[in-house]
Design a protein around this ligand. Structure first.
Ligand SMILES: Cc1cc2nc3c(=O)[nH]c(=O)nc-3n(C[C@H](O)[C@H](O)[C@H](O)COP(=O)(O)OP(=O)(O)OC[C@H]3O[C@@H](n4cnc5c(N)ncnc54)[C@H](O)[C@@H]3O)c2cc1C
Length: 516
C-alpha cells in the first residue's frame, strides 16, 4: 500500500570540512551520518599519529554533526509528528510493509530492534555506533567493514568476569577497601540494599540511613527483609552514608522500599518511568567436540563454521561459536541469543525446575585461559533459576543442528551428540527485570538524563547505569552517565586516562570536554 509521507531533510554543517574525496549519493540523515563517521575516523587517526591540532579540528567537526543530528531529531517531522515522538515500529510502518518489517526482524537476529521505544534511541544508536553499517546492514562509509569469512573475532581471555575481577584488584591496589563477598564486612559485596532514607527528614546534610540484607540467593522484598531481620538481626546491616549512588536499573529501583519521601515524590516516579524494558535470556551449551567445524550444508557457497556468529529465524535467533581448544576438544557455543518475543519462547520452558538438563545448577569452572577446554561444571546448586530444563536444552540443540546443517533435524544422518552441559540465564528476573532498556517514545533523553542523575534536587541521591543513559544496552552508556555524575555532582576531575578527543559522555556533560 502506498502511504503519504512528509520527509524533511537536514542540512549538515558543511560538507567541505571533510578531508575526504569520497562522495555519498544521498542527502539528509545518511549523509550527515557519513560525515560524522568520516570526521570520527580522521580524528582517531590524527590522534593516533600524535597530530593534536588536526585531531582537535576533526573532534570539533564530530561535535558539529552531532548537534545537527540532535537538532534534526526535534525539528524533523513525519506525517506531522515530530521524530522524537515516534515509536520505532510505528515509524517503520509508515515506510515499510509489515512483511518487510518481519523480514528485517527475522534476518537481523534481534527481536528487540522492533520495540515501540523511542525512535530517537534506535536511530541514534545507528548514528553514533562506530560500526559503519546502519540498522539494515548498509554501509554508507567504510570505517568498519561488515563481518566476512576473514573477520577476526576476539573475546576476553578468561571471560567477561575477568574484567570485573581486574577492576576490583586495581581498586584494592589504589587503597579501595570493599572486601569480597563472603566476608563479614559491613559494606561487603553480596548484600541487597533494601531501604534508604534521610537520617533527618528534609536535611540532606545529615546523610542517609541504609538497610542491607545479607543475600544468600535470589532477591527478597522489603517486607520479607523486615521479617528476616526481626528473626535474625545478624542478617541485616545498617549503614550511614553522606550520599547514595544507585547504580541499578528500573526494576531494581522498584524493588527498594518505596515508602520513603524519595520514592513518594511524583517527579521522581515520572522520571523513573521513562524507559522500556528489553527482556533477554541466553543459553550456553558445551560439547565434547566442535562438531560444527566438520558439518556441511552441502552448499559450497557456505564457508565452514569455525568462528563468529550465525543468525536464524528459529527461536534461538543467533549463536556464537566460542571456546574451542586447539585440539578440537571440549567446546562451547553461545547457543541462543534471544530478546523480546524470542525471550518469551525460552522463558516459558523454564519449568518444571526439577527437570534440569544435567542436574548441575549455577557456576562452572572458568576455562584455564584461552586454548584450554570449555568449562566443566562443578556442583554448585541453588543459585536461582539458571538451570536449562531438558526440554529447553534438547530444543536448542536441535535448532542449532538444523541451522548448521541447513535442513530439518529428522533428515540429518548421524546428528551430533547432545551437549554434556547446558546453562541458561534470564535477565528478566529480579533484580534486573530486563537485559537492557530503551527510552519510551516521546521521552527526550537530552533533557531527562541530567535530571535523572539527581532526580530530586533536595536529596543527595544519584542514579547512574545503562538504564537511564545515552547509550542504553551498552556498558559504555553505564560508564558515561557514571562519569557525568562523578564530575558534575561530586566534583571529581576529568580522569587523566580518558582521551578528550572523540569522547562525548552524553547529555549533562556539557562544558566538561571542550572537544565534545
Ligand atoms: C545478554 C546481554 C548481552 C549484552 N551484551 C552487551 C555487549 O555486547 N556490549 C555491551 O556494551 N553491553 C552489553 N550488554 C549490556 C550491559 O551488560 C549492560 O549495559 C551493563 O551491564 C549495565 O551496567 P549497569 O551497571 O548499569 O547495570 P548492571 O550490570 O545491571 O548492574 C546493576 C547491579 O546492581 C545489582 N543490584 C540490583 N539491585 C540491588 C540491590 N537492591 N542491592 C544491591 N545490589 C543490587 C545487580 O545485581 C547488578 O549487579 C548486554 C546485556 C545483556 C543482558
Amino acid at each position: 500500500m502506498k502511504r503519504s509521507v512528509v520527509r524533511t531533510t537536514c542540512t549538515p554543517p558543511s560538507a567541505a570540512h571533510t578531508a575526504t574525496s569520497s562522495t555519498y549519493p544521498h542527502n539528509g540523515y545518511s549523509y550527515l551520518r557519513y560525515l560524522y563517521q568520516q570526521a570520527f575516523r580522521l580524528g582517531d587517526l590524527a590522534e593516533q599519529n600524535g597530530d593534536q591540532p588536526t585531531a582537535d579540528t576533526y573532534w570539533k567537526l564530530t561535535r558539529q554533526y552531532r548537534l545537527a543530528y540532535q537538532d534534526a531529531l526535534h525539528t524533523a517531522e513525519v506525517n506531522g509528528r515530530s521524530l522524537i515522538d515516534w515509536p520505532w515500529w510505528s515509524l517503520m510502518q509508515v515506510f515499510l510493509s509489515e512483511e518487510a518489517i518481519h523480514f528485517i526482524e527475522d534476518t537481523a537476529g534481534y527481536n528487540s530492534l522492533w520495540t515501540q521505544g523511542s525512535v530517537s534511541f534506535t536511530v541514534r544508536e545507528d548514528f553514533f555506533f562506530a560500526n559503519d553499517t546502519d540498522l539494515f546492514g548498509r554501509q554508507p562509509s567504510t570505517y568498519v567493514p561488515l563481518p566476512s569469512a576473514d573477520t577476526a573475532w576476539h573475546h576476553v581471555k578468561k571471560g567477561y568476569s575477568d574484567f570485573v575481577e581486574q577492576l576490583y584488584d586495581q581498586f584494592l591496589q589504589k587503597g579501595g577497601n570493599i572486601p569480597k563477598a563472603g566476608t563479614e564486612a559491613i559494606n561487603g559485596l553480596n548484600h541487597q540494599l533494601v531501604r534508604f532514607a534521610q537520617s533527618t527528614e528534609g536535611d540532606p546534610s545529615a546523610g542517609y540511613d541504609l538497610l542491607f540484607y545479607r543475600r544468600e540467593s535470589g532477591t527478597i522484598t522489603p517486607a520479607q527483609a523486615a521479617q528476616q531481620c526481626a528473626e535474625d538481626p545478624t542478617k541485616c546491616r545498617h549503614v550511614h552514608a553522606q550520599y547514595v549512588v544507585l547504580a541499578m536499573p528500573k526494576r531494581s529501583l522498584e524493588l527498594l522500599d518505596q515508602n520513603t519521601p524519595f520514592f513518594q515524590d511524583v517527579t521522581v516516579d515520572r522520571l523513573l518511568d521513562s524507559v522500556l524494558d528489553n527482556r533477554s535470556n541466553r543459553f550456553f551449551m558445551a560439547y565434547d567436540t566442535p562438531w560444527w567445524k566438520a558439518a556441511t550444508t552441502g552448499d559450497p557457497t557456505y564457508p565452514p563454521l569455525t568462528r563468529g556468529r550465525s543468525n536464524t529465524d528459529l527461536p534461538i535467533r543467533q549463536f556464537y561459536y566460542w571456546l574451542t581448544n586447539e585440539q578440537d576438544g571440549p567446546s562451547i557455543v553461545l547457543a541462543s541469543y534471544t530478546n523480546a518475543r524470542a525471550q518469551r519462547f525460552w522463558q516459558a520452558l523454564e519449568q518444571p525446575f526439577d527437570d534440569a538438563y544435567d542436574d548441575l545448577v549455577g557456576a562452572v569452572v572458568p576455562p584455564p585461559g584461552l586454548g584450554g577446554s570449555a568449562p566443566r561444571p562443578v556442583d554448585v546448586r541453588g543459585k536461582g533459576p539458571r538451570a536449562a530444563t531438558t526440554t529447553m536444552a534438547k530444543m536448542a540443540h536441535q535448532q542449532l543442528v538444523e541451522v548448521v546443517y541447513g535442513k530439518p533435524y529428522a533428515e540429518i544422518d548421524n546428528p551430533p551428540d547432545e551437549p554434556y552441559y547446558a546453562h541458561y540465564q534470564d535477565w528478566s528476573k529480579d533484580p534486573w527485570g530486563a537485559g537492557w532498556h530503551g527510552w519510551k517514545a516521546g521521552q527526550d533523553e537530552y533533557q531527562l538524563i541530567p535530571q535523572i542523575i539527581q532526580p530530586s534536587p533536595t536529596e543527595d541521591v544519584y542514579i547512574v547505569g545503562e538504564c537511564y543513559s545515552n547509550i542504553p544496552g551498552w556498558v559504555q552508556g553505564a560508564l558515561n552517565v557514571a562519569e557525568v555524575m562523578l564530575q558534575t555532582r561530586l566534583g571529581v576531575a576529568w580522569p587523566t586516562w580518558l582521551s578528550k578527543g572523540g569522547t562525548w559522555l552524553g547529555p549533562g556533560s556539557e562544558g566538561l570536554n571542550p572537544l565534545a
